[in-house]
Design a binder for this molecule. Structure first.
Ligand SMILES: C[S@@+](CC[C@H](N)C(=O)[O-])C[C@H]1O[C@@H](n2cnc3c(N)ncnc32)[C@H](O)[C@@H]1O
Length: 278
């Protein structure tokens, strides 16, 4: 059977187009589907496809956990159930980091999970020092596997959020954070996400705002480490108003810029000291 024929058979009744693409990329090892649509699958590839179909049918597990792979940016990350499956909107953090001169800088990827943010930046320009941190030892194991997979180096630290700065003397130039930000009662989260993705990666107290509140309370201390610090942080697409309000007492000292993702949702804010600009 050709990939096109499989697509007609399985999309959209069984898989979404995105899921189907993920599977074909995985079994053919080709990242651009346009080149494989007319290809006949080998017996091995067809068998693998059917095994995944059966596993998916019986478990409804996210495809990325069945294949152990997820493309982020253009890199094929290893994932398992100890880490959040990297989301396309998080690629915006990578783009934001790449707007700066990062050569010789120290970049922290806090709440790193699979390491997808920091390691992706490394894969594009490796001339900086990367620190990966997470509270979950199991997530850090996955990040270490990805470092090895992409032949990159980083300092890997287990730490509770900003306590990472108590565990190292490395002075941050850029801090990238994709923290958990979903409120436990959020009805928009699919049962499958709740069931399979690590709850510690998804949910945060205080209406999902817990980590932003800690960041707010720690801002002066962080900027004491480096007054030219840049903080780049993701948030939920409906949280801009609350975050703007939360940080509003600090806008005399700090500049807070909000950015939209490629689906036109507010997704990321950056914090810099006004001294940096004036
Ligand atoms: C939304 S996931 C982001 C993972 C990865 N950076 C990404 O973008 O795919 C949040 C991560 O924060 C970690 N985390 C949860 N609570 C934490 C805490 N108190 N301190 C540090 N990391 C924490 C989770 O283990 C999870 O890996």
């Amino acid at each position: 059977m050709t990939v096109n024929e499989l697509k007609t058979q399985y999309v959209p009744t069984f898989f979404t187009l995105a899921e189907f693409k993920e599977i074909i990329i995985y079994i053919t090892n080709k990242s651009d589907l346009n080149f494989v649509m007319d290809n006949q699958l080998s017996k091995e590839e067809s068998d693998l496809f059917l095994t995944l179909v059966n596993n998916f049918k019986s478990s409804k597990k996210p495809i990325a956990y069945l294949t152990g792979n997820k493309y982020f940016y253009k890199f094929d990350f290893f994932v398992n159930e100890n880490v959040l499956i990297p989301r396309p909107e998080t690629e915006l953090i990578v783009d934001e980091i790449l707007k700066y001169d990062i050569n010789e800088k120290n970049i922290f990827d806090i709440c790193c999970g699979s390491g997808c943010i920091g390691i992706t930046v490394k894969n594009i320009n490796s001339k900086f020092n990367l620190v990966l941190s997470d509270i979950s030892e199991k997530a850090l194991e996955v990040a270490k596997i990805n470092l090895k997979k992409f032949n990159q180096k980083a300092t890997v630290l287990q730490a509770d959020f900003l306590d990472v700065f108590k565990k190292t003397n490395i002075i941050p130039d850029i801090i990238a954070i994709n923290p958990p930000y979903i409120d436990i009662s959020d009805q928009n989260i699919s049962e499958n996400v709740k069931k399979y993705e690590p709850n510690i990666a998804l949910f945060a107290k205080n209406n999902g705002l817990e980590f932003y509140k800690i960041l707010f309370n720690s801002l002066d201390d962080l900027f004491k480490l480096n007054k030219k610090l840049i903080i780049i942080c993701e948030f939920g697409f409906q949280q801009k108003k609350e975050i703007k309000y939360l940080f509003s007492p600090l806008i005399v000292k700090y500049r807070i810029d909000f950015k939209k993702d490629y689906s036109n949702n507010w997704r990321v804010f950056t914090i810099t000291s006004k001294e940096n600009y004036e």
